[in-house]
Design a protein around this ligand. Structure first.
Ligand code: MG
Length: 266
């Protein structure tokens, strides 16, 4: 297996759930990893497929866990989606069904919201998702609006079990209209490419760190980055073997990036 010399890597794109925290628990080695990123002057982005929260809210979430990471280090599928729309059609109008993270991202790109005849219907995780909003969105798509999902995750963990994710929330609109949504979040490599641009890194200078083969590793791989799978989340060693591709490195957790980097220097 190819080795990564983490000292040579300029930029790190890190998934969060299962990498930095698991639910509301900080994972071991994370504090050391973040200290090391700052100390070694590495460029880094913490990335999430969820579109519900703003970078400021994510920064606050880490602050509650005792980590000091400023807003500009966070990248969400909401930001990727808004950037994508801006690049595709700078003057477009949007009907969003989503949380504050999505709404803020749309306004931050200077896009306008249209609740009658928008160019795009954009669906993210939402507390305001109702039969009414879905019905409205369905008719907008039938009238020619393009259907976008922030991410294709079908479910996400909550305390009492799971809740339907963006992929599941889009499904009724897809079924009713016969149109398929385009999803901007992982595993779409679009999100990694924009992330690399934000970091100012070329793909061969960066590594994607994540806990899922079917989103993190595949999107890093397809963007030409080295990939590090951490076993601190949902994937175990046996699961890795069931995929047609494999990560560049398999690590117990992000703390191992620091110990490996220091060992390589010694
Ligand atoms: Mg994860």
């Amino acid at each position: 297996m190819t080795m990564i010399d983490f000292n040579q890597i300029k930029g790190f794109i890190c998934d969060m759930d299962g990498v930095i925290y698991y639910g509301n628990e900080l994972l071991p080695g994370v504090r050391e990893f973040i200290d090391w990123l700052y100390r070694e002057d590495k460029a880094f982005l913490f990335l999430t497929n969820s579109s519900a929260k703003t970078p400021r809210e994510l920064s606050q979430k880490l602050a509650y866990l005792g980590l000091d990471v400023s807003e500009d280090h966070f990248y969400t599928s909401a930001l990727a989606t808004a950037r994508f729309l801006k690049q595709q059609s700078p003057e477009c109008t949007v009907y969003p069904i989503g949380g504050v993270g999505l709404i803020n991202a749309i306004y931050a790109e200077g896009l306008a919201v249209d609740e009658v005849d928008p160019d795009y219907v954009v669906v993210g995780e939402s507390q305001s998702y109702t039969l009414d909003t879905v019905t409205q969105a369905t008719n907008m798509v039938l009238n020619g609006a393009k259907l976008i999902g922030t991410n294709s995750d079908v479910s996400g963990p909550i305390e009492q079990g799971i809740m339907p994710g963006c992929g599941a929330l889009v499904a009724p609109i897809e079924m009713a209209t016969g149109k398929k949504a385009y999803f901007c979040g992982k595993p779409n490599p679009l999100m990694m490419r924009t992330g690399l641009r934000l970091l100012g890194c070329h793909s061969d200078e960066a590594v994607m760190v994540g806990d899922r083969m079917d989103t993190d590793v595949i999107s890093g791989l397809e963007s030409g980055m080295a990939t590090a799978l951490v076993l601190s989340g949902v994937t175990d060693r046996e699961t890795i073997e069931t995929f047609a591709y494999r990560p560049t490195a398999v690590l117990a957790g992000v703390g191992e990036i620091v110990t490996r980097a220091e060992a390589a220097k010694a």
